[in-house]
Design a protein around this ligand. Sequence first.
Ligand code: KG4
Ligand code: ZN
Length: 377
Amino acid sequence: MIILSVETSCDETSVAVLDCDEKTKEINLLSNVVSSQVKIHAKWGGVIPNLAAREHVKNVIPVLDEALKKAKVKLKDIDLFATTKGPGLIPALLIGTNAAKTLSYFWKKPLIGVQHIEGHIYANFLASPKIEFPLLALVVSGGHTSLILMKNHLEYQTLGETQDDAVGEAFDKVAKLLDLSYPGGPIVSKKADEFEEMLEKVEDKSLKEKIKAIEFPRPMMDKKNYDFSFSGLKTSVLYFYQNLETEKMDEKTSKIYKSAICKEFQDAAVEVLTTKAKKAIQEFKPKTVALAGGVAANLTLRKTLEEKAKEIAKDESREIEYLVPPFEFCGDNAAMIGASAFYRFLDYEKNSPESIETELNENWKNLEANSSFKICR
Ligand code: KG4
Ligand code: ZN
């Protein structure tokens, strides 16, 4: 079956076309076009919802045309439409949901509304149809941070989640207070990765010691539950940076301090995330561990979680499959929404085929964007 999916929950306008085999569950991604608004929102240091919506309106048709052209597919060939229903920014979500509803109405084909975080998890299944459950997903994005246990496709148990800021949001806020660019994740991780080499070049021994001594807290790391908190970590960075008075330093010293702050912040965030994930792997014994969401592009996080999963596999003398999405599917994209819609469609066919008529074929009028849509079966 051919699926066309739309994603406009935040600041990327994306349309993908997927050729999915219902028997083998193999997904052949024919196209995945992403038009990013990052440059537009950068000067505000965050996404402005109405500005995002205005850009989605401008971009959605050209992105749709390009996705169809790249896939060499016509709209009349599409068997199923899909769109992100939520969570996300309502003005932004409305553009994608209305575009998909119009297509579903005009072409008289079913429409599925996908939960965005489910989409991030399903980005991992684009390449591999053979998933072993239970699966533990560490979801790390700009709006969410959670540990989710899946006993099977579409079956979720949220073990814990952030009580305040999401980890991606913390990366963005730290970048903003250090006067770095938006979005913060890529630049903070770049500065962190440059740190060791910069430190080696510092000749002043006392400065070197001071820099090495920088330490931020690991909030909630040793608590028994699987919840997270990143707002205190961000505030520690803020107070530390304010007390530094970098404006009184020479440029080189201020640069190395910024790099050191990024490194220690990233280390703290990654340590908290992977320590909690490790505990969950030990308790729930998943066969697969998957990383999902925009922060999954972070190299230190990818590597550390893999190492911890390998350690446990060795200790417990068993195999643990470790999945990370390719970089192009870490951030928001429509391919992941299409993948999730495919598995949802298979589930409808198997468990409630009548709902295709009564629900999916009616979604052109009934589907509503939902800014706080929760992940559920
Ligand atoms: O999943 P996503 O594209 O959007 C949401 O659904 O929120 O995630 C965006 C988040 C941003 O906060 C961005 O700073 C972060 O992912 N991010 C990173 C990296 N690349 C993107 N965070 C840390 N390291 C990265 N390399
Ligand atoms: Zn996302």
